[in-house]
Every structure is written in C-alpha cells, then in structure tokens.
Design a protein around this ligand. Sequence first.
Ligand SMILES: [Zn+2]
Length: 386
Amino acid sequence: MSTPTLPSFFSMYQQLIAQPSISSIDPKWDHSNQKVVNLLAEWLEILGFECEINELQSQPGKFNLLARRGDGSGGLLLSGHTDTVPYDASRWNFDPFKLTEQDNRWYGLGSIDMKGFFAFVIQALSELDAAQQNKPVMILATADEETTMDGAREVSRFANLKPDYCVIGEPTDMRPVYAHKGHMSEVIRITGRSGHSSDPELGINAIELMHEVISALMKLKEEFKHKYSDSSFSVPHPTMNFGHIHGGDNANRICGCCELHLDIRPLPGLSVDELYVHLHQATENIQARYPGSIELISLHHPIPAFQQSTDSALVQLAEKISKTQAQAVNYCTEAPFLQELGCETLVMGPGSIRQAHQPDEYLLTESIKPTQEKLKSLLKSYCFSG
Ligand SMILES: [Zn+2]
C-alpha cells in the first residue's frame, strides 16, 4: 500500500468548498459537517496528527474535530468553524461549491468564512519540519458556529485540552482582534387577562404592562450608556434594540398577551449573568404588582462578550507578526467559549469580514503567500525550535 500524500493547497481548498456544510435553523438548509471534518482528519493524519471526532450532544449529526501532534502540556490551538451560512443562488455569479479562480480571486462559499483557513493551516504545517516541533500543535474544527455555537460550547468534552494559546482564524485580513461584544436575543412575554373593552376592571391589559416594561428598559439602556463605556468600540456602550412587538387582536378586547423581542449587545466586562440580573431588577416592581405575568425567554443561547488583554504575550506576538495593532470588532466569534479553556485567545485569519455572508465570497490570491508566512511565523514562535 502506498502512503497517502497531502493534496496541493489549491486541491485542499477546492475539496473543502465542494463539500456543503451549511448550518441553519431552517432544516431545509441545514447540512451535516461530517464530510468536512473527515477530510480534515484524513489530511491531518498524513501529517502525523491524532484525530478525535465528537458528535455533538446537542446536535446529533454535527461533529467537532480535535487533532493533536506533539507531547507535553500547553502549545498552540488553531481553531475554526466548519459550517457556512446558506447562500442566495440568485445573487451568486459562481457555483458556491466550486472553487473558481478569476480576476485574482478564489470564489466559493466558505472561502474566507472560513473553511479555507484549514487549508492554510495544513499547508503551513506541511512546510514546517515536524522534527523541530517542541510544543503541542492542536487543530480544532467546530460545528454550527453560524447558528447556535453549539460546537464551541462543547469543546470542553475533549479530554486534556489545555493549550497556552488559541488563535481563531475568522476573516480579519490577518489583523489581530482582541475583543468583541456579546449578543443576546430575548423575548419578553407579558400575559395579562383579556376581557371586554367596556370594563377595564375585567382584565389585565398586557399592552399597558408592556408600556411600563419598555419604560423601565429604556431607563436601563440609558444607565448602561453611563455605566459602561469602551472607546475601542465604534459604538462604545452596550446596546439594546427593540426589534419586534406584537400584542392583542381587537380594539374592543383587553389585550391578554404582548410580546417584545429585543437584541442586547454587552461590552466585555458586562457578563450575561449580570445582564439578566439587570433585566430582572428593572422589571422587579412590575413583577411584584402582577406576579407571574412577565416571562423572559431566550431566542438563542447568549454569546458572551470577549476580551483578551492587549498586554498578553499572544496579542503582542500577533501585532508583531501582522504589523498591525489589535482591534475590537462588532461581530461575535467562538472566542469567549475557547477562552474558557484557560488559554490566551485571539481572532486572526485570512480574508475580509466584508466578504463574509455575502454572495460571491472570495479570497484575494495576493493574500495567500503573506498569510502562509504569518501562520508559519506564529507556529514557529510557539511550537518549533530553530
Ligand atoms: Zn465565521
């Protein structure tokens, strides 16, 4: 039997793009990511990695992959998600699943968000001398980042995963990202009691209660502005957006039920738990007067804010390698979950966030060589001697 050889960089890229791995809360779109994970395991095994594949407990049919090479503790974890968002076929000029080279761009769904990152990492590793490796190198490939982040929420199921450093290769044009806000989507549901409009005493009007709740939340929103501020963010305070409201049916009925959907984006330093305490306190008075009438329901599991100290060794090294200052951004990543492993964590990867979730997603071919060099510098700094 001949020993398998690693495909070329372009071929790896092509095969990753060709394998649909869309995640979506709409079952019509939702795919398994198993084939992507299997491809990565096959290539990483050629490079001497030991691969462990975990089916998610929360999402059967979705898989996390952890590949490790090298003994000892610590080391560097390079992490990415294997899923992509759905695509709008009418707005794509290319086949989203066929890597197409044109005008110095590589087009394909996931070319920069972010299956391509794995091809970069594997290529970089193949160009370094494994005999010189002196610290563990780990590759993590997660499921369902674009929907629930359930893959990242389950990484602690891998035994003894304790890297010193973690870099998540989301598209940042290879600029280090050290902080982002969190994200929560919550529903406030008020259940009153309906009745004929001619006698208000017959019921409890949910719209009137909602009016009180909204007033309380608007006060809280102002308090957040004064209490929390971080000028490294373009919007320097936590935000709260009322995005959807629905209540009642008829003008002549006391409204029995009213629902508000809100989006909250906390700054680092304001935890999800604290936020729930704030929400509870803001509505405490109303709850006391109408016990059991106000429910708070999450539309999805909250994503905490993320921050890595800019003094940390990892941020300093990434700034040196990229020759750019680390920045705070407005989108969420898996970073807060991976940071829980106890490692210094940062986000830095090929491609631009402006292309992410867009039709005709592409990688600029001129960025390939410099990206490979930067990834090799990162790996050499932490895991290779000489
Ligand atoms: Zn992404």
